[in-house]
Design a protein around this ligand. Sequence first.
Ligand code: GLY
Length: 372
Amino acid sequence: MQNVHVNLGARSYDILIDTNLIENSVQHIQDLLSRPKVAIVTDANVAELHLKPLQSALDAAGIAQSALVLPAGETTKSWAPFSQTVEWLLDQKIERKDIVIALGGGVIGDLVGFAAAVLRRGVRFVQMPTSLLAQVDSSVGGKTGINAPQGKNLIGAFHQPSRVLIDISALDTLTPRDFLAGYGEVVKYGLLGNAPFFDWLEINGPKLAQGDKVARAEAVRISCQMKADIVERDETEQGDRALLNLGHTFCHALEAATGYSDRLFHGEGVAIGCALAFETSARLGLCSQEDPSRVRAHLRDMGMKVDLKDISGDLPNADVLLDLMSQDKKVVDGTLNFIMAKGIGNAFVTSDVPRDIVHRVLSDALADCGSV
Ligand code: GLY
């Protein structure tokens, strides 16, 4: 069992990382319960794989439980499923001191966290993330919310979980594509602030993809530790926390351009976005030309999407992509903040990136895939 502590004063919590943690969860949540009762919210795909073991463990311990199973997919992160969840939790008579369990990937974690934030002005919740992306990113740090027609994650609240239980065994149930999409967020940590971790991933990445549980637990621990360190410094993203958005400004434009569809998963967009951020950094003379090549080589070795040409179908031109980037919610007073890098493991936040350089990076990447 690995334990990463997130030190946020009264909002501090532990992230526990181990195999078979869902079926062994009771001993790790019992101290949080004011009475033997929990409510679980999950989605249909996750329920099929992981709900029964959790329910059996709770039943065996005499803890009353009820479960709400929502449809799987990003559309669940919207007002109607959100109000359904809040009202269901009220019907279950969940009180302030009770615990709500978010069992699932990023959609469930974000939605349930937000429901917990507003229910009775705030109830406690436990994250049990089942996707790699949720384990290394969205379940940690307290960003919760839903999407609006105007954009992703535009409605929400900071609400820290009371505990995060990361079951490494749950990763065995992911498709290779889902696992690698989550790996995009793992690589991001090495690139933004931990060069030795990136070196380690270059060696151990293939082992992770093949299912090595020790290597997987280590990669998740380091990622969570890095995220915890950043969130402790800047819980509400006034400064350093923006480093976690490395690759995301490019990614959000690509996700919007592909209609948030199966053409591009979020973590795939993050990986491509990291490669583009390093390319832009190199063109600005911030890092060496070898750095973007090394980033791309590692993503390629892992069998991931690296370039715009790896996205199926047509993409809009560089002007449209740039406009989509300008709609990013990190725009402040009309200025786009970028995460650039002075090298692998050395990212920083800047608004000082000329539009024409980004335009050229995008145009070259589009020319490479035959689009203009
Ligand atoms: N996913 C970025 C953050 O939690 O700040």
